[in-house]
Design a protein around this ligand. Structure first.
Ligand code: FMN
Length: 161
């Protein structure tokens, strides 16, 4: 049986906690992606760099090697919302790895921006061949448990919050 994978990026730990909660509830493998060039320490410093990358549509190469995706059929992808969008490092993730034939389920974290606002940028990063099967803004573990229960027998997570 093919497995589930959680791939996430997190600077201050919120998306990390969300990803770990999803991992525990799905028995998934988990990978944290990191850039070749680390972000500076301190919120105001890394926010500035992050926003500059968003505005410049910068190329943000990844240091992390992704495992062979053939083992997986459902892949959760978690990200903090940056300037209403998915951080630029995800463009590298999709450019360097073949997600075709996988079910990809994005989830965001943010202070206030809803998941739906980030979806166009996620789709653009993913490109045309990727099958996105829903998505949500992570709130808490109970939400994830409900989501998985409601969709146990379904091959699609569409229509989720
Ligand atoms: C560069 C940058 C841009 C951000 N832009 C937004 C935004 O547009 N909307 C929002 O609600 N939160 C925004 N935030 C807040 C983060 O999305 C939020 O704190 C997130 O949960 C952090 O995840 P992390 O702890 O995994 O890094 C931004 C944070 C940073 C650093």
């Amino acid at each position: 049986m093919k497995k589930t994978l959680v791939i996430y990026f997190s600077l201050s730990g919120t998306t990390k906690a969300a990803a770990e909660s999803i991992q525990e509830n799905t028995n998934a493998d988990i990978v944290r992606i990191e850039p070749v060039e680390p972000y500076p320490e301190g919120y105001s410093n890394y926010s500035k760099v992050g926003m500059q990358q968003m505005e410049a549509h910068a190329d943000v190469p990844m240091k992390t090697k992704i495992p062979d995706l053939n083992q997986y059929d459902l892949i959760f992808i978690g990200y903090p919302t940056w300037g209403g969008q998915v951080p630029r490092i995800f463009n590298s993730l999709f450019a360097e790895n073949d997600f075709s034939g996988k079910r990809v389920l994005p989830f965001s974290t943010s202070v206030s921006t809803p998941f739906e606002d980030t979806l166009p940028s996620f789709k653009e990063a993913a490109g045309g061949g990727v099958k996105i099967v829903g998505g949500f803004r992570y709130r808490d573990e109970a939400q994830v448990q409900r989501l998985l229960k409601d969709n146990k027998s379904s091959s699609s997570f569409l229509g989720l919050e």
